[in-house]
Design a protein around this ligand. Sequence first.
Ligand code: HEC
Length: 146
Amino acid sequence: MKGLLAHLPKLLVIGIVFGGVGLLLSNMVAPSKEQEGGPPQLRVPELSRVAAAGKRAFDTNCAECHGPSGSGTDKGPPLIHRIYNPGHHADEAFYRAVRDGVRRHHWNFGDMPPQPQITKRQIDDIIAYVREIQMANGIRWEEHRM
Ligand code: HEC
C-alpha cells in the first residue's frame, strides 16, 4: 500500500501524458465535415411550427440516410443541395419519393426504398422543414436546366 502511494504522483503524470496524446490523436484523425466536401456550415433557421413537426418526422424516418437537417450521409444525398431546389425537385418529388421510392439516378447511394409509414400530412410537414433550411442556406427556386 505504502509503495503504491509513493508511486501515485508518477502514475498520475503518466496518465495525463497518455490521455493528452490520445486526445490529440483522436482530434487529428477525425476529419471535419468540410474536408469531406459536405456543406461547410449548414445554417438551421428558427423553424415554423409546421417545420418543427416536419423535423420530428424527418429525424425518425429520413435522417438515417439524408443526415441531420438533410445534410447527407454515406447512405443518402443531402437534401440541402442545389439539385433539390424547388424548381428542379418540386414538392411533388417528395410525395413520389415517399410513395414509390427513388431509383438511383443523381448519385451513387443506391435506390431509396418507399416509406409507406409516412402520412401525407407528415410529408407536408417534412417539405416545409426541408424548404425552410434550404432557404436559410441560399437554395432558391431555379429554372430546371440540370
Ligand atoms: C434507406 C435510405 C433512405 C431513406 C430512409 C430515405 N431516403 Fe430519400 N433518398 C435516398 C437516396 C439514396 C436518394 C437518391 C437517389 C438518387 O437520386 O440517386 C434519395 C432521394 C430522395 C429525394 C429526391 C427524389 C428525386 O426525385 O430525385 C427525396 C425528395 C427524398 N429522398 C426524400 C426522402 C424523405 C422525405 C425521406 C423520409 C420520409 C427519405 N427520403 C428517406 C435514400 C433514403
